[in-house]
Design a protein around this ligand. Structure first.
Ligand SMILES: C[S@@+](CC[C@H](N)C(=O)[O-])C[C@H]1O[C@@H](n2cnc3c(N)ncnc32)[C@H](O)[C@@H]1O
Length: 208
């Protein structure tokens, strides 16, 4: 007999139709994390910024379930959720436009082979959805320990005039530190291992 999947009941979005992102968690504004993995960023962010509604999309059912349960067990479940969803499918279903204050992407895209290119999270269609969802002045924050990836993200976003570089020394999007008071597991490990972390931030232009 096949063994039951322990993550069969992973939290999911409604199967069809548009999803009001503001209905997924309670808060004064919405912040999204794409691919939270083992998820400590969301816990720490919920603790440090109690006004934010936090929503994670994690394609792996196991980690979406574990992190969503962890948030609930810490009394953060109303304000912070993780859904077992592929961000590439979920983001286009989110409404309303201009309803998200921040999008965080920590250490995405550990794929190197050409045939895996289609798995990349940070790509042109993702940037397009982020532009649509961010409120004016809203932020896209991306970090990675792979320098070539950081360069590629910087080049990709440079073609999108509605995302304005917002690093330490404009017009560069590069930031030396993570200003959000919360760290992802991969970020913590990179720091412990002495690996450089490349951080980039852009703001949604007010016009356009
Ligand atoms: C390298 S891990 C980084 C995890 C975490 N962000 C961190 O910094 O510790 C990348 C994560 O993104 C998730 N992921 C990859 N593609 C995704 C997609 N299309 N939608 C949602 N999550 C995705 C993976 O399952 C994995 O948990």
């Amino acid at each position: 007999m096949p063994r039951p999947n322990p993550y069969e009941d992973a939290p999911r979005l409604a199967q069809e139709g548009p999803i009001d992102v503001r209905s997924l968690a309670q808060g004064e504004w919405v912040e999204l994390e794409i691919g939270p993995g083992r998820g400590w960023f969301l816990v720490e962010r919920a603790e440090v910024e109690p006004r934010a509604a936090l929503v994670g999309f994690e394609v792996r059912r196991k980690w979406a379930t574990i992190v969503d349960r962890r948030l609930a067990s810490r009394g953060l479940g109303a304000r912070a959720r993780v859904f077992a969803e592929d961000a590439g499918m979920a983001l286009p279903r989110l409404v309303a436009d201009a309803s998200v204050r921040r999008v965080f992407v920590h250490f995405p895209d550990p794929w190197w082979k050409k045939r895996h290119q289609k798995r990349l999270v940070v790509r042109d269609r993702f940037v397009e959805e982020v532009v649509r969802l961010l409120e004016p002045g809203g932020e896209l924050f991306v970090q990675t320990d792979v320098e070539e990836r950081a360069d590629a993200y910087e080049t990709l976003v440079s073609y999108e005039p509605r995302l304005v570089p917002s690093g330490d020394a404009p017009p560069s999007p590069r930031l030396a530190e993570n200003p959000y008071g919360a760290r992802s597991p991969r970020e913590r490990r990179a720091i412990t291992d002495g690996l450089p972390v490349h951080r980039l931030r852009w703001r949604r232009a007010v016009q356009g």
